[in-house]
Design a protein around this ligand. Structure first.
Ligand SMILES: Nc1ncnc2c1ncn2[C@@H]1O[C@H](COP(=O)(O)OP(=O)(O)OP(=O)(O)O)[C@@H](O)[C@H]1O
Length: 323
């Protein structure tokens, strides 16, 4: 069906407005097909009357089955975001949905269920992930016990299966202090996966480990992603981890600023595979764009820039009035 409209020069007609409203209504909602969707997320901390805006309207979409990394300078808001996604903290404003749970409006009961069943987390400090007086098997069985639906034998079987999958079956009967840091983190991943969460969140999981052990931990996350289909979000400073995932999102000043996507390309003549990466800037729905600091600094862009719209791109120039 088409709607007729006439332009009088005095602005849009009623028919134009109706058409626009219909087009807007039919457009899918932001993040409708994402497993994690953060929409203009704001988190303000107030300490001694001083406000810190840790998240300043952060947008992030993560699709089911992704394995992605979040990077950013110290204080950029990564942990604040992870705590919100983990259901440990609540945003000041905006919207955040994970696996069908609305993190702003869920009840205390739903929050508990969310943390037990929908997400698993692995923290940097190994001591925060495992109970010291329980063995690896008992640590993995504990979340299943708290959920309270499985028989003892099923819990033991699942714990054994997970420890085996993550290459720490031999640690089954050991307590955390009888394991290396890397083994503890792999057991921690098994604990986080015990209740088959949709999402696995990890905040600097390789931060306390040497690079070789860090690689093994990263391989364990990859196994969880590939074998169990778990969506994995890792906050990291570790360059190896950041470059081994298909998608790395950078957070700057409490907002997602740039994103690097990587894919494998096969050379048509030699058949040789190479990894191609490309950096993108994030454009929010208000049209705001954060230009990479190294770009703006190299051209001495400040305060105001000139824009020129071309048929397939936009040119950004330093302000000529400044020169
Ligand atoms: N509970 C809190 N109370 C007050 N300010 C906080 C609190 N938590 C975080 N902040 C502040 O919010 C900002 C973002 O902190 P956040 O810990 O999220 O950054 P980060 O990117 O994880 O840094 P790092 O890499 O050092 O862990 C910082 O300025 C921090 O000081």
């Amino acid at each position: 069906m088409t709607t007729e409209s006439t332009t009088t020069g005095a602005g849009p007609t009623l028919a134009d407005l109706e058409q626009r409203a219909t087009a807007h209504r039919d457009r899918p909602a932001f993040g409708h097909d994402a497993l994690i969707s953060c929409d203009r997320l704001v988190r303000i901390f107030t300490t001694d009357g001083v406000e810190v805006q840790a998240l300043q309207g952060l947008d992030l979409l993560v699709r089911e089955g992704e394995l992605m990394a979040l990077v950013g300078a110290s204080g950029s808001g990564k942990s604040t975001l992870m705590n919100i996604l983990a259901g440990l903290d609540e945003p000041t404003a905006g919207a955040a949905k994970v696996a069908g749970y609305d993190l702003l409006t869920m009840t205390a009961k739903d929050r508990l269920r969310y943390r037990r069943e929908a997400v698993g987390f692995v923290w940097q400090q190994t001591a925060r992930n495992l109970l010291p007086y329980l063995t690896a098997s008992q640590n993995v069985a504990l979340p299943m016990q708290l959920r309270g639906r499985t028989s003892r034998s099923k819990k033991a079987a699942r714990a054994a299966e997970l420890l085996d999958l993550l290459g720490v079956a031999d640690c089954r009967n050991r307590r955390p202090q009888q394991m290396s840091g890397g083994q503890q983190q792999r057991v921690a991943i098994a604990v986080a996966l015990a209740n088959e969460p949709k999402v696995l969140l990890a905040d600097e999981p390789t931060g306390e480990l040497d690079s070789h052990t860090g690689e093994q931990i990263f391989a364990a996350f990859r196994t969880a992603n590939e074998e169990l289909g778990t969506t994995v979000v890792i906050v990291t400073h570790d360059q190896t981890v950041a470059t081994e995932v298909r998608r790395t999102v950078a957070i700057r000043d409490g907002r997602t600023s740039t994103e690097v996507l990587r894919h494998t390309q096969v050379d048509a003549t030699t058949g040789q595979e190479s990894l191609v990466s490309r950096e993108y800037a994030m454009l929010d729905r208000a049209g705001r764009l954060q230009l990479p600091a190294e770009y703006t600094e190299s051209l001495e862009m400040r305060d105001r820039v000139m824009l020129e719209l071309e048929s397939d791109h936009i040119q950004v120039w330093p302000d000529d009035q400044e020169r």
